[in-house]
Unconditional design. Structure first.
Length: 81
């Protein structure tokens, strides 16, 4: 199961980078197709909002690769230790 978690970490990292790339590529294509101010503002907001989410996906994947999720606590008593 730990090996599956580590492979899932690789997938999360790739999804984070690919989603930012695809989002920026799509935003630039939409702005080029319709270069109005409202289009530029809309896509800038989309990109600025989504980049921290993608960074979180990459961090989550990095922790999974490092094995931080190999042992998860079974009860709230283990959280205190």
């Amino acid at each position: 199961m730990n090996q599956v978690k580590r492979w899932a970490g690789v997938i999360w990292i790739l999804l984070g980078f690919l989603s930012v790339f695809y989002l920026i590529k799509t935003g630039l294509a939409e702005i080029a197709a319709k270069p109005l101010l409202d289009t530029k503002i809309q896509w800038a907001v989309f990109i600025v909002i989504f980049i921290p989410i993608a960074i979180g996906m990459v961090i989550f994947g990095w922790y999974a690769i490092r094995g931080e999720y190999d042992h998860l606590p079974e009860s709230s008593e283990e959280l205190v230790d």
